[in-house]
Design a protein around this ligand. Structure first.
Ligand code: NGS
Length: 317
């Protein structure tokens, strides 16, 4: 019966360790985009992916334990295309992983509704607090905050050794771009087709980056105060340099990505304050960080291909 099967099947501890280089790794990938790919199609193609978008190699003990965190903003099609490419890619690399999509619902209405009755009745909010709520009433995207939440929530689930913070529109183009971490924070997307496979500027740190938890804690997490497009990735790079770490990169031939085309996202206008904020990173990195990150988790849903985290953001600074 079932008991016997369980006795016969080896436990994870009995398995041999996976080889240093996975035998399933190919080289450069031909990235193509099947039209109208559904989540069911992807699940069928990846029978070994478990609920929540979890995977571990069936026949060997994985050497790499990686959480993939995708800050997600109303781009369902991109998310599907990314899952379509990323799951087989991670399996070929024999990585133990979970894919998390993190997205925000930050309408002020919800926030005021969440306040205790008497706070509202007495008009208990200060003017500054009210102003902050109103400022947030426009669904403004906050990538730094989403990445912080992703880190916090994922570490509650598993003792991940490596975190990949992954934009939803980037598809890796080479199997040799191994999704593990190195001694320094890593910028994986060093060669994006949109930028002719070069860095757009020397300190560019956007797209896909990988940090060990110790790196993340050392820089006090990511900034929470960049509302809208731009600058938060430069802030993160500054935090790394301010903490005397370097940024490592895969060789450019491996760190190739295709960026899926997209128009302007509603609620993600360029942030006019970003240059001012960046000039203050050296003063603020100690205070603006994961510890004063206010949010509440509205739901954590385990879908067949990814874990979906939805939160709304509180008032913080
Ligand atoms: C810089 C932004 C970065 C952004 C990069 C590439 O100018 O946040 O462009 O953008 N920094 C500032 O605005 C200070 S992209 O072409 O991918 O849209 O990542």
């Amino acid at each position: 019966g079932l008991d016997q099967i369980q006795l016969l099947s080896p436990t994870k501890e009995d398995l041999p360790t996976c080889p240093k280089t996975s035998p399933f790794i190919g080289g450069p990938l031909k990235v193509s985009f099947p039209l109208d790919v559904t989540l069911d199609d992807i699940a069928q193609k990846n029978p070994l992916v478990q609920l929540g978008g979890h995977y571990q190699p069936p026949n060997c003990g994985a050497l790499h334990h990686t959480a993939i965190i995708i800050p997600y903003w109303a781009r369902r099609k991109h998310l599907h295309q990314l899952l379509y490419h990323l799951h087989p890619f991670l399996q070929r690399q024999q990585i133990h992983c979970t894919i998390y999509a993190v997205h925000q619902k930050n309408r002020a209405r919800r926030l005021t509704q969440a306040l205790p009755r008497d706070t509202k009745a007495k008009g208990g909010l200060s003017r500054t607090e009210m102003a902050r709520i109103t400022q947030m009433d426009n669904y403004t995207f906050n990538r730094g905050k989403l990445l912080n939440v992703g880190f916090k929530e994922d570490m509650k689930e598993n003792n991940w050794q490596c975190l990949y913070f992954h934009d939803v529109d980037l598809i890796p183009k080479d199997d040799c771009n191994i999704y593990d971490c190195s001694a320094f924070p890593m910028h994986a997307s060093v060669a994006i087709d949109k930028f002719q496979y070069e860095l757009p500027y020397e300190t560019y740190f956007g797209g896909v980056m990988a940090l060990q938890p110790t790196h993340y804690l050392k820089i006090n997490g990511f900034p929470n105060n960049y509302w809208g497009w731009g600058g938060e990735d430069d802030d993160i790079a500054s935090r790394i340099f301010l903490n005397k770490m370097l940024i490592s990169q895969p060789p450019a031939v491996f760190g190739r990505y295709h960026m899926m085309k997209h128009g302007h996202d509603r609620g993600n206008k360029a942030n006019p304050k970003r240059f001012h904020l960046l000039s203050k990173t050296h003063l603020r990195w100690r205070y603006n960080r994961m510890n004063n990150l206010l949010y509440s988790l509205l739901s954590k849903e385990q879908t067949p291909l990814y874990t979906n985290l939805t939160m709304h953001f509180g008032i913080d600074y």
